[in-house]
Design a protein around this ligand. Structure first.
Ligand code: 3PY
Ligand code: MG
Length: 200
């Protein structure tokens, strides 16, 4: 799975040709937006993806073109209040596998800060509307989550496609943890210290 920066023919085509088995596509606000994503991810006659060869073709038994049209995961991001209101229509679009909620953009579109989101907020109610629409349409609902604790809550609510934080956050946390263990005062370490390990 890969995420493209925008719903754009060139980004979608290049990322699929690079080998993605599915895409997460941001800012899909209407059924027409969702239909455009599906068209860009499928070859003619079902869509308008141009055949440029794909790295995945070598691993597929049979014809990649027909395989891709039936197997690529098409995940649209619902991350504006307009998209929440259109969630049923977006998720009803043939070919859409499911949706992924972006909490930050959703808050921006609602004119609220992240401090005004969370349990019991209007922001959470909007996300639960999307979940309900996905259940009605028989599609998967997902969300980008801040913590493992949040993931556990979302699984309990019925979400099926959850991402946890980001590579940047994980790297920064691990680097901070390692840095915090450094004795900046330079005093003698207590007890025996064994100096061996792996750099890479
Ligand atoms: C958002 O929160 O808007 C996102 O796009 C998260 O992935
Ligand atoms: Mg976003």
């Amino acid at each position: 799975m890969a995420r493209v920066p925008w719903s754009d023919t060139i980004w979608i085509q290049r990322t699929l040709d690079a080998g993605a088995l599915g895409l997460v596509v941001p800012m899909v606000n209407t059924a027409a937006d969702a239909a455009a994503v599906v068209r860009n991810m499928r070859y003619a006659t079902r869509g308008q993806r141009s055949f440029g060869g794909s790295r995945v073709a070598a691993y597929i038994d049979g014809d990649y073109r027909t395989w891709a049209d039936d197997h690529l995961a098409i995940v649209v991001m619902i991350e504006t209040i307009e998209a929440v209101r259109n969630a049923d229509a977006i998720l009803a679009v043939e070919g859409v596998t499911g949706c992924f909620i972006g909490p930050n953009d959703l808050a921006l579109s609602m004119g609220i800060t992240m401090e005004q989101t969370g349990t019991g907020s209007e922001h959470e109610a909007a996300m639960l509307e999307v979940l309900a629409a996905a259940k009605r349409q028989g599609k998967a609902a997902g969300k980008h989550c801040f913590s493992a604790a949040e993931i556990n809550v979302r699984i309990g609510q019925g979400f099926q496609f959850l991402a946890l934080a980001s590579d940047g956050v994980f790297m920064a946390r691990a680097a901070q943890q390692a840095f915090d263990a450094i004795n900046l005062a330079g005093t003698e370490p207590e007890g025996d210290v064994t100096l061996s390990g792996q750099l890479y």
